[in-house]
Ligand binder design. Structure first.
Ligand code: GDP
Ligand code: GDP
Length: 434
C-alpha cells in the first residue's frame, strides 16, 4: 500500500511549496469530494522506486481558542489517514506560540511526526533550528522547499521503513486487478455484487484499517481476477448497513494498485466536477480505464441523449477508454464490461520486442517523414518499450526535441492503431543520441 504523508503547519510556512516539490504534478488532485473541504489537496509523488501520496492539509492558524475546533475540522482529519506527518515550521519566523499548540496536539496522536524547518536558505541552519528543539518532536530537519533543498533527503528518510512498490509474483501477475471507483452513491457496491455475481468468491476475512480497500480474488470463465472494492461491500453484514464513509485516500490507493480502473458515473446525475477530478487522477497514474455510466434503467431517450452529448464534449481527453451504459441494479450491460476490462488489461500489459517496434517506426516514418528543422532532417532510428501499465514507447533519434507536436501525434496514433491498443493510455518518450 502506498504510504500517505500529511503536511501540517501554520499558514505561510511553505506547505504548498513543499507539496508542489513533492508531487511534480502540474495540477494537484484538488479534492472537492463530498465531505471534504476544498482547501485540502492530494497528490502523488515518487522518490526512487517508492511512490507515495501527499496531502496538503491547508493552514492551521492555531489561535488558542480555535485550535481544538480547527484540529477536529475536516482538513485535519487528513492526519488520521496519514502514515507520516510533516509538521512544518518557518525557520525565519522562529518558534511561534501557534507552533507549540500544534505540536501539543500532534504529540497526542500516534502518528510518526517529522519536524520540518523550512526557509533555511541564506540563514544559519543551526541557529534556525535551535528554537525548535523545545517542541519535543525530535531532531528538526532543515529544508528550503522553494529551492528544493533537503526535500528528497527528507522524503527518502521518512519513507525508508516502507516497502518499495513490489513487483507482483507469477501468480499475482496473471490476475487482473480491477478497482471500482466513483463518488458516493453512484452504485459501486451494487456493481461489485453484480460483477462477482455467481462467481465463486474465495471468502476471506481480513482485518484492515478503514482506509484499506478489500481485495476479492475470484475467477470468471477460467480467468483470475482480483476486485478492489473501495465501497466496502464485503465488510458489511448486509447491503443496507453502511460501514464507512467514502474515503478519497482509499480511492487513490486502489487506483494506483489496479491494472484496470472502472470509473462508475451516475448517468442520472450527469457528469460532475468530482467525476472529472477522479478521472484526472486516473489519467495521471496512467491506468487502463473502463467507464461505466450507471443507472441507465428507466432513463428517457431525451436524458440518454443529453448525457451522451456531455460525454462527447467533456470526456474527450479520455477517448481511449470504452464506455458502457449499464444498470448495476438490474444487471443489464454488466457482463459485457468484462470484454473491455480484458482488452484494456491485455493492451496495458502487452510486451513488444524492440525489432517489431523499430520496424513499425521505419514504416510509419517512410509513409510520412518528419519535417526539416533549420535545414536538417530529424531522424528517428529505433524504438523500444520502456514499461507497461501504461505502455511506454521510447523513440530514439536525433534532434527529437525539435519534433513538432503534430508529428508526435501522428506517430502516436499510428502506433496505437497498428498495435491495436485499446483501453489504456500510451506514453511516448523521445530521446536524442545513439
Ligand atoms: P503555506 O501557506 O504553508 O502553504 O505556504 P506557501 O507554500 O504558500 O509559502 C508561503 C511563502 O513562503 C511564499 O511566499 C513562499 O514563496 C515562501 N517560501 C516557501 N518555501 C520557502 C523557502 O524554502 N525559502 C524561502 N525563503 N521562502 C519560502
Ligand atoms: P455506492 O455508494 O457507490 O456504493 O452506491 P450503492 O451501490 O450503495 O448504490 C447507491 C444507490 O443507488 C442504492 O440505492 C442503489 O440501489 C442505487 N443503484 C445502484 N445501481 C443502480 C442502477 O443501476 N439503477 C438504479 N435505478 N439504481 C441503482
Amino acid at each position: 500500500m502506498l504510504p500517505v504523508i500529511a503536511l501540517v503547519g501554520r499558514p505561510n510556512v511553505g506547505k504548498s511549496t513543499l507539496f508542489n516539490r513533492m508531487t511534480n504534478t502540474r495540477d494537484a488532485l484538488v479534492a472537492d469530494m463530498p465531505g471534504v473541504t476544498r482547501d485540502r489537496k492530494y497528490g502523488e509523488g515518487k522518490v526512487g522506486e517508492q511512490s507515495y501520496i501527499v496531502i496538503d492539509t491547508g493552514g492551521i492558524s492555531g489561535d488558542e481558542k480555535g485550535i481544538d475546533h480547527e484540529m477536529a475540522s475536516q482538513s485535519l482529519q487528513a492526519i488520521e489517514d496519514a502514515d507520516v506527518v510533516f509538521f512544518m515550521v518557518d525557520g525565519r519566523a522562529g518558534l511561534m506560540p501557534a507552533d507549540a499548540l500544534i505540536a501539543d496536539y500532534l504529540r497526542r496522536t500516534e502518528k510518526t511526526i517529522y519536524l520540518v524547518v523550512n526557509k533555511t536558505d541564506g540563514i544559519d541552519p543551526d541557529v534556525a533550528m535551535s528554537d525548535f528543539h523545545t517542541l519535543g518532536l525530535g531532531e528538526p530537519i532543515p529544508v528550503a522547499a522553494a529551492h528544493n533543498r533537503g526535500v528528497t533527503v527528507l522524503t527518502e528518510y521518512c519513507l525508508s521503513g516502507f516497502e518499495e512498490d513490489e513487483e507482483p509474483g507469477d501468480e499475482e501477475e496473471r490476475r487482473v486487478r480491477i478497482a471500482i471507483v466513483g463518488r458516493p452513491n453512484v452504485g459501486k457496491s451494487t456493481l461489485v455484487n453484480r460483477l462477482l455475481g455467481e462467481e465463486r468468491v474465495i471468502v476471506f476475512d481480513e482485518a484492515g484499517t478503514t482506509r484499506d480497500s478489500i481485495y476479492i480474488p475470484y475467477e470468471r470463465d477460467g480467468k483470475p481476477y482480483t476486485l478492489i472494492d473501495t465501497a466496502g461491500v464485503r465488510r458489511r453484514k448486509n447491503i443496507t448497513e453502511v460501514v464507512e464513509k467514502f474515503s478519497i485516500i482509499k480511492t487513490l490507493q486502489s487506483i494506483k494498485d489496479a491494472n484496470v480502473v472502472v470509473l462508475v458515473i451516475d448517468a442520472r446525475q450527469g457528469l460532475t466536477d468530482q467525476d472529472l477530478h477522479m478521472l484526472g487522477f486516473i489519467m495521471e497514474t496512467g491506468r487502463a480505464l473502463v467507464i461505466a455510466l450507471n443507472k441507465w434503467d428507466g432513463m428517457t431517450e431525451e436524458e440518454k441523449k443529453e448525457i451522451k452529448e456531455q460525454i462527447r464534449r467533456r470526456l474527450d481527453f479520455a477517448g481511449f477508454a470504452r464506455f458502457h451504459f449499464i444498470s448495476a441494479l438490474y444487471g443489464s450491460g454488466v457482463g459485457e464490461m468484462y470484454g473491455s476490462v480484458n482488452e484494456a488489461y491485455e493492451s496495458a500489459m502487452a510486451k513488444w520486442p524492440t525489432n517489431r517496434l523499430t520496424l513499425l517506426l521505419e514504416d510509419i516514418v517512410a509513409d510520412h517523414q518528419p519535417p526539416q528543422v533549420g535545414g536538417h532532417r530529424i531522424k528517428l532510428r529505433y524504438a523500444h518499450q520502456g514499461g507497461s501499465n501504461p505502455p511506454i514507447i521510447v523513440v530514439h533519434g536525433n534532434r527529437t526535441d525539435h519534433l513538432p507536436e503534430s508529428y508526435k501525434r501522428y506517430l502516436k496514433n499510428k502506433f496505437i492503431k497498428i498495435l491495436k491498443i485499446h483501453g489504456t493510455p500510451v506514453r511516448f518518450e523521445f530521446k536524442t543520441g545513439e
